[in-house]
Design a binder for this molecule. Structure first.
Ligand SMILES: *Cc1c(COP(=O)(O)O)cnc(C)c1O
Length: 376
């Protein structure tokens, strides 16, 4: 761990970034100036290159956290007569449903347990049974548990049924290889502070350009109008409509350069896989169990059951680890007591080995003090 950071973030983002990404924020830029706008143009092109290998795709950046980009997409690309099929097995899927409800977008929901994969036959049937469904939404890596959903298989069904496909790839894009073409994605949503390893401040959408071009006038919001933002960026050489997070954008360009320097998405994916496997192996050696079986698990974030002995306190574990300069994440699921450890960001297998060593020490201490207080 670098000496100049207060602690290592083992979270799903914001995450630990490099010093050079943070240093890229030391310059002030004008949103009207060509130096800044050219960076925006470059970022938009490079995002498309990361996701697609054929022409016909474009990208839009949107101020705010990832949820703002999800809301901008749902509210802007689904027509007034549209209807959403939502497939959800976690809190981020449920959030898409909340957004649709806020925006009065009719929806059908296929809801699954947090530890359960979506059922492809049910999805096929839902699409066949209801011709008024125009769009399908799915979360790729469900950060709630760390589950990797079958985004490619669902995309295949959506394409066969002739509907449009919205993928929340917030916590996977940049860290897990994917392809707009192979996954049949029409709108891919992610944000600056996840696997690209930038800092928080904007989200982005990579879109099928022909489809996006047909969405003019659909937006249910002024500031979150995805089409209007896209048109401004296209026509005015990288200008955003309203004040943009200039420092964050500059840091993001640096983060894209560092992604390339690492060897691109394939190399980053390999590091994340090694991080995650190291974490699980070391945790299991200390008797801690993962919520999900290996085959459902993403290389992004892992949920662990609380240890089964009395006297375990997550808050105490959290505080003790933070004192030792590691920040982990609470659980988010309703069915079991869990906590989560992320392994994305500027984080390496050695960091995870050291983290688990500290976890082992803290748990040992916790058990000893518990036994002393109960026996004494
Ligand atoms: C992080 C994340 C989001 C967006 O969350 P924000 O807090 O708004 O940045 C959305 N979906 C998934 C799957 C995520 O991991």
């Amino acid at each position: 761990m670098d000496a100049d950071i207060p602690y290592l973030l083992l979270t799903p983002g914001p995450l630990t970034t490099t010093r050079t990404v943070r240093e890229a924020m030391l310059a002030d830029y004008s949103t009207w100036d060509v130096d800044y706008n050219q960076r925006v143009v470059e970022i938009r092109e490079r995002l498309v290159q990361l996701a697609a290998s054929t022409p016909g795709y474009t990208s839009v950046l949107m101020q705010g956290s990832g949820t703002f980009a999800v809301e901008a997409t749902l509210g802007s690309v689904i027509p007034p007569y549209g209807k959403l099929l939502l497939i959800s097995n976690g809190a981020y899927g449920d959030r898409i449903g909340q957004i649709a409800d806020c925006l009065n977008i009719p929806r059908v929901t296929l809801a699954y347990a947090e530890t359960e994969l979506p059922d492809l036959d049910q999805i096929r049937k839902a699409l066949a049974d209801d011709e008024s469904i125009t769009h399908v939404a799915l979360v790729h890596c469900e950060t709630t548990t760390g589950m990797l959903n079958p985004a490619r298989e669902v995309g295949q069904l959506v394409a066969e049924a002739g509907r449009d496909y919205i993928l929340d790839a917030m916590s996977s894009f940049g860290g897990i290889p994917l392809s707009m073409e192979e996954f049949h994605i029409d709108y891919l949503i992610s944000s600056a502070n996840k696997c690209i390893q930038g800092v928080p401040g904007f989200g982005f959408v990579i879109a099928n350009q022909q489809k996006l071009e047909q969405t003019a006038g659909f937006a249910r919001s002024l500031s979150l109008d995805l089409y209007d933002q896209w048109k401004e960026m296209e026509q005015k050489g990288g200008k955003w409509r309203y004040t943009s997070p200039t420092h964050v954008v500059n840091a993001f360009l640096q983060a894209l350069n560092e992604l390339d320097a690492e060897g691109g998405i394939a190399a980053r994916h390999a590091r994340y896989v090694e991080n995650q496997e190291t974490l699980v192996r070391e945790m299991e050696q200390r008797g801690l169990r993962t919520l999900l079986p290996r085959e459902l698990q993403s290389p992004i974030i892992t949920s662990f059951y609380y240890p089964e002995w009395a006297g375990f306190s997550f808050n105490r574990l959290y505080d003790e680890l933070k004192r030792r300069r590691y920040v982990i994440y609470p659980g988010k699921i309703s069915q079991a007591e869990t906590f989560r450890i992320g392994n994305i960001g500027h984080v390496f297998p050695d960091d995870l080995r050291q983290l688990v060593e500290q976890i082992g020490l803290v748990l040992d201490e916790m058990q000893v003090t518990f036994e002393q207080t109960t026996s004494g």
